[in-house]
Write a protein that binds this ligand. Structure first.
Ligand SMILES: Cc1ncc(C[n+]2csc(CCOP(=O)(O)OP(=O)(O)O)c2C)c(N)n1
Length: 563
């Protein structure tokens, strides 16, 4: 043991937890920590331009690498600026470790300058949070927080440390193990339940697997393929589950939900046994709960017992991780063929292809995504914002591997795109990372372009410029009688903005320019921004209207296709 300051303990602890990068922003109360950073050259600090960016970067880093992402903000506004990013990670179960400073202990609760009760504020959007009142508690707190963040169902934690605790000295006592009473995630799954699930699958005539983000987080893609192949079960994913199953696989039938493929929605709605794996049966995926396939028996495999039965009654609950449960389930199920069922879904797919891109001289956004897919041979990591471009990026790029599509699913956070992609590129310095941005969302966090330059990241940034808050415009068109209010946006010249940061940029105005621009971007070794002037009033189809059931999914109306 050795004597250290609280600040040293924090960094020593994070280093021992394997942390290599912190995305942060300084301020008065965290200065003792910044003062200590040079003593820890193994920890790279990336200076963001807004703390929301730090939280999304930590999140993108975590989603791309599978590791824990760390963000840091000062007290008060620094801490509250992290909140949107923490909530984004919370909704999507991403291990983000948020570190905040607070006012000195004597000022706590006295409306001290820049004081915010950040543990209170983040109580409902963290797996756990801590206000550390003595330096000697720091090692155990860091260890516990990191453990909670990464294990079981991953999720954000927050550690708040008053300024004078950073300055206090104490013995550094690093606990080898963490014992947390009442926190023992179950990974294995109950043997009896696994057998029951296997029996139900064996009896099923129209089984379907819905794979979610949990399959990706437990690294169970191969295990999922093995189960699907042995029992010949078609696989659809949730939006966040994209990449959990290779989309080129013959048993892959896309993803379901509000903008999922028509045939995926119909398959889920006509199955007799639905096997939900690492997914939450949320409304965006399932449509109106009470009208989702009432005849289906549901097998739910999830690491979080609180998820089971939350939205739907479950015939067979299995609490465990996909990685552990799937091989045992595969062992128990019989080899089977479901030719008739697969033929039925194939037939629906033929009649409602969903992913067909119509011939058009306009620059359709779907065409841009498809061209990107073809040019990159399906190998790029794609990070999106929220809105129409997000749905097109999910639909028209075909994903092979987990962690290839990174997007805010649960909270639907606009502004995620650029910082999320920066985090992914930091995690994967050699990878080809594309940020697919809405022109609205990009403007929420575009100040982080400075980080791209500071860190010399080879990020490719594609803005889908339609001059609108496109998804909201689509809703106003369809559900508010074309009463377009507060959705048309004056855009800055994005190329000039990139230029102001010293980033190369190309405006892409015609369809013919799309492929050459993408090729140029790929050949360019540094960062580059492409401003795609896409067709302005294109809508996302298929669509389950808000509040409707999956069975009510509508394909694009003919008059729109004729545009
Ligand atoms: C922070 C935040 N504010 C508001 C919304 C509501 N919202 C969802 S999609 C959308 C429009 C997004 O516009 P843009 O980023 O330009 O993308 P597009 O839909 O045009 O592709 C809005 C405002 C949101 N998701 N997040």
């Amino acid at each position: 043991m050795s004597r250290m300051t609280g600040a040293q303990m924090v960094l020593e602890g994070l280093q021992r937890e394997g942390v290599e990068v912190i995305f942060g922003y300084p301020g008065g109360v965290v200065l003792p920590l910044y003062d200590t950073l040079p003593q820890y050259p193994g920890i790279r600090h990336i200076l963001v331009r807004h703390e929301q960016g730090a939280a999304h970067m930590a999140d993108g880093y975590a989603r791309a690498s599978g590791k824990m992402g760390v963000c840091l903000g000062t007290s008060g506004p620094g801490a509250t600026n992290l909140v949107t990013g923490i909530c984004t990670a919370w909704m999507d179960s991403v291990p983000v470790f948020a570190l905040t400073g607070n006012v000195s202990r004597t000022l706590l609760g006295k409306d001290g300058f820049q004081e915010a009760d950040i543990t209170g504020i983040t109580h409902s959007i963290t797996k756990h949070n801590y206000l550390v009142m003595r330096a000697e508690e720091i090692p155990l707190t860091i260890r516990e927080a990191a453990h909670i963040c990464r294990t079981g169902r991953p999720g954000p934690v927050l550690v708040d440390i008053p300024k004078d605790v950073f300055q206090e000295t104490a013995e550094f006592d690093w606990p080898e193990k963490v014992h947390l009473r009442g926190y023992r995630p179950t990974y294995e799954g109950h043997a009896g339940m696994i057998r029951r699930a296997a029996e139900l699958i064996d009896q099923a005539r129209r089984p379907i697997i819905i794979a979610g983000h949990g399959v990706i987080w437990s690294d169970a893609q191969a295990e999922l393929v093995a189960l699907a192949e042995k029992a010949e079960i078609p696989v659809i994913t949730t939006f966040l589950g994209i990449g959990a199953f290779p989309e080129a696989h013959r048993l892959s039938y896309g993803w379901l939900g509000m903008h999922g493929m028509f045939y995926a929605n119909m398959a889920a709605d006509n199955a007799d046994v639905v096997i939900g794996i690492g997914m939450r049966f949320d409304d965006r995926a399932m449509g109106r709960f009470k009208d989702f396939n009432p005849g289906a028996k549901i097998i739910h495999i999830d690491i979080d017992p609180a998820e089971i039965g939350k939205n739907f009654p479950t015939a067979v609950p299995i609490v465990g991780s996909a990685k552990n449960v799937l091989p045992r389930l595969t062992e128990h199920v019989r080899e089977a063929k479901h030719t008739e069922w697969l033929n039925w879904i194939d037939q629906v797919r033929e009649e409602h292809p969903s992913l067909h891109i119509r011939e058009s001289r306009r620059m359709l956004p779907q065409y841009v995504v498809r061209t990107l897919y073809e040019e990159t041979e399906g190998n790029a990591t794609i990070v999106t914002g929220v809105g129409q471009h997000q749905m097109w990026a999910g639909q028209h790029y075909f994903y092979k591997r987990p962690r290839q599509l990174i997007s805010s699913g649960g909270l639907g956070t606009m502004g995620f795109e650029l910082p999320g992609a920066i985090g992914a590129q930091v995690a994967l310095p050699e990878a080809e990372v594309w940020a697919i941005c809405g022109d609205g969302g990009f403007q929420m966090t575009m100040q982080e372009l400075a980080v791209v330059v500071d860190e010399n990241l080879p990020l490719k940034i594609a803005i889908f410029n339609n001059g609108y808050l496109g998804m909201v415009r689509q809703w106003q068109q369809l559900f508010y009688d074309r009463n377009f209010v507060a959705v048309a946006m004056t855009q800055p010249d994005f190329c000039k903005i990139a230029d102001a940061y010293g980033i190369r940029a190309i405006r892409v105005e015609t369809k013919a320019e799309v492929a050459p621009a993408i090729r140029e971007a790929r050949a360019h070794r540094g960062p580059i921004l492409l401003d795609f002037m896409i067709d302005q009033e294109e809508n996302v189809w298929p669509m389950v209207p808000a509040g409707a059931a999956l069975s009510e999914t509508i394909e694009a109306p003919a008059e729109e296709l004729a545009r």
